[in-house]
Ligand binder design. Sequence first.
Ligand code: DX5
Ligand code: ZN
Length: 218
Amino acid sequence: MNKLAPSILSADFAALGEDVKRVENAGAQYLHIDVMDGSFVPSLSLGFPVIESIRRNSVMVFDVHLMICDPDRYIRAFADAGADIITVHAEACTHLNRTVAAIKEAGVKAGVALNPATPLTALDYILEDVDMVLLMTVNPGFGGQKYIESSTRKIRELRKMIEERKLETDIEVDGGIKLNNVKTVLDAGANVIVAGSAVFSGDAEKNVADFLQILEGK
Ligand code: DX5
Ligand code: ZN
């Protein structure tokens, strides 16, 4: 089943709890939480206290996207803060296999993210070990950017790779996904859809409902 993962990066941080409730009540299954360190990506976002606070008020699947260098240092802490899925960037890990093992040992699902210019071959020897692959469809660091068109072919090729290996790995797409291009990424093989600005600009409940209608129609 397809899932919607609203990204709180585009929420109103002065009313974060309410924005989270809004998308949860509207039926979003995942909550996408972007953690940035000002080093792997130019921007800074949020950390443990914020995740712990919203965890107390939500039963959504917390999908934590770590855009940080050397994430091994914090895996246990993010699991303790309430993450259900922890995704690390292949480009940010010196020993990716070890990092993925550490995520699983912490009792949460493991995801690996690839930047737009990173080839799928980076997954060749790790795909069997991960629950989800996150394909960045913009360069990470900011919400509200434009979808990079070459991503569609990449999604298609990853779906083929997963099918050939008879795996059930989720494909999450992140960046520039709107109501008018979500069908393209679903058709290509993505099944977990991140949407930040497209959900939180305007009426979040209505936006979630509109997305879910397209996701469920598939
Ligand atoms: C970007 C983040 C995204 C971001 C997506 O680095 O990983 O999750 O919030 O925002 P939109 O959907 O506005 O492109
Ligand atoms: Zn993200």
